[in-house]
Write a protein that binds this ligand. Structure first.
Ligand SMILES: [Fe+2]
Ligand SMILES: [Fe+2]
Length: 312
């Protein structure tokens, strides 16, 4: 019976059809998806912090409104994704507990600090840009609820990237001090952005299985290359220098070559020892604890509604 169901699952995946919550799926597939979608959800929620740091100090009402909308979008992305894990039988409270206890990861990029308002622009341009490279292929991922969530998420990510780029364009047309701020932010965020695609393919243990299940559609190195090729002309148009002396067009490969990523730094930050790891998780834990009364009140209200409906 299981063998038959497994054949049906394999057929659906191979035919580029979607696996849906009620369908049979291998245990490993379910576990891999829960882990990946949960990490993605955590990243959206933790990712609100570095930029929220600047909401109260945005330089104009217009910039404040844009930034607020962007940070709220990220909360929405987190909620879609937690809901997608629930269709796989995961429990949201349990996932949040794992996050605040440091037992489940989120994207390491959010462990870096936002030192100036130019960081808001560079995060939109590079970090949301890298997120788009990662997420557009996920619109075709084999698990239906995840793929559908990604379609909406990617539309909003494209707004995030544009608002960042437009902010940087404005600053680059400004004063010399503003141009220096932009360049400094680019210098600090460029390498961590390249790390967002994960370890190199030969060190990525999950890639092969995830590609076979069509959860993942491209390898880390393929996506990283795509991001570099896409970003170089944007940096030129902006008038900033990407901090990599080895970055150059390679006509034979038809791609840009780039320098060696500091994987020691990557593993150190993943392991918990980045500039803001503690701060990010502590902040999330405090927000969760301070929100306990809201969850209790919502649950009590829902129970009361259910009782009244039962009585009517
Ligand atoms: Fe997002
Ligand atoms: Fe975003």
């Amino acid at each position: 019976m299981d063998a038959e169901r497994e054949r049906e699952f394999d057929r659906v995946v191979a035919a580029e059809q979607r696996v849906e919550p009620r369908d049979w799926m291998p245990d490993g597939y379910r576990k891999t998806l829960i882990r990946q979608i949960a990490q993605h959800a955590h990243s959206e929620i933790i990712g609100m912090q570095p930029e929220a740091n600047w909401i109260s100090r945005a330089p104009s009402l217009r910039r404040k409104a844009i930034l607020l909308a962007k940070v709220q979008d990220e909360a929405g992305h987190g909620l879609y994704l937690y809901a997608a894990t629930e269709t796989l039988g995961a429990d949201r409270e349990d996932l949040t507990t794992r996050l605040v206890q440091g037992r489940q990861k989120y994207s390491s990029i959010f462990n870096y600090p936002t030192l100036t308002f130019a960081d808001v622009g560079v995060i939109g341009w590079l970090v949301d840009g890298a997120a788009i490279c990662n997420q557009v292929p996920l619109c075709r991922t084999s698990y239906g609820p995840y793929a559908r969530a990604m379609i909406r998420v990617c539309k909003e990510e494209s707004f995030h990237q544009r608002q960042g780029y437009e902010l940087l364009m404005t600053m680059m047309r400004g004063t010399e001090a503003q141009r220096r701020m932009v360049q400094d932010a680019v210098d600090r965020w460029w390498w961590p952005s390249l790390m967002m695609f994960g370890p190199p393919d030969d060190a990525s243990s999950n890639t092969e299985r995830s590609m076979a299940w069509r959860i993942k559609r491209h390898t880390n190195d393929e996506l990283r290359q795509k991001f570099v090729d896409m970003t170089v002309p944007q940096a030129e148009a902006l008038g900033v220098t990407l901090p990599d002396p080895e970055l150059r067009w390679n006509p034979e490969r038809g791609h840009h070559d780039f320098g060696q990523i500091d994987w020691d730094e990557f593993w150190r930050v993943v392991g918990g020892d980045g500039p803001c790891n503690r701060q990010r998780v502590d902040h999330r834990r405090a927000a969760h604890e301070n929100g306990a009364w809201v969850r209790e009140a919502a649950a009590a209200y829902a129970a009361k509604q259910a009782r009244q409906e039962g009585a009517a």
